[in-house]
Design a protein around this ligand. Sequence first.
Ligand code: ADP
Ligand code: MG
Length: 254
Amino acid sequence: MVEVFAVASGKGGTGKTTSTVALGMALAGRYDVTVVDADTGMANLLFHAGLSDVETTLHDVLADEAPVDTATYERFGMTVVPCGTSLDGFRDSDPTRLREVVATLAADTDVILLDSPPALDSRAAVLPVVMADRAVVVLQPTIPAISDGLKVQEYATSYDTDIAGLLFNKVRDDGIDEIAEKTERYFEGPTLSAIPESECAREARRAGRPLLAHAPESAAAEAYRSAADALTVRDGESDDVADRFRSAVIPERP
Ligand code: ADP
Ligand code: MG
């Protein structure tokens, strides 16, 4: 079985990477989880997972210079596929190869989380959202962020990618229940959790460790665990998912 999720949002800095790694760790208690840094232009998952020194990354795989298995690392109970951060690495990589990468990974894992690029204006940027089974939309509870999130939903659903749910992040105010209730009316998925604004999240990032490893008792970590509990993973046939990825048509002009 396998299900592929895109962790997406309209803008950068909302907490996609933090959320990808945290959800991955939380789901790893129940599933075999693989997280992939599919934000190949602004990769930073490696910094969240203690992988900043690794030799081989997704860039090498997308440049057809290394097989996928040389860019996978077992960390924090998950399989992690980090991406490099150099501009040359990005330039030399062919984003469409991500289809083959995910198809290969699908044979051997239950859940794939694709940390996705924020904007939807290039082939590299739309690929995860187009190809995933479902998208988790990460939102800060502000009008502009919610409006961006709606664009992500519109785009995703136009390619038959369902919405798994909303993850409110960096939540400061007490009124979040009311905001979530109103926001849910416009989205096709439930609210999975509201993650509080948390110094622990920033500290974890600075320490190069996932939040759930760095501060497992924090309120933010607890909120991510409840998000993972709210997510029922569907058990697609690995072969079907792999075939779908291999044959996916990527929009020429997103
Ligand atoms: P994105 O991948 O969407 O660009 P990141 O996950 O890299 O966003 O997060 C951006 C910054 O916000 C990082 O410094 C991260 O530590 C911080 N951050 C993420 N979630 C929280 C939170 N709940 N509270 C406080 N800071 C957070
Ligand atoms: Mg990121």
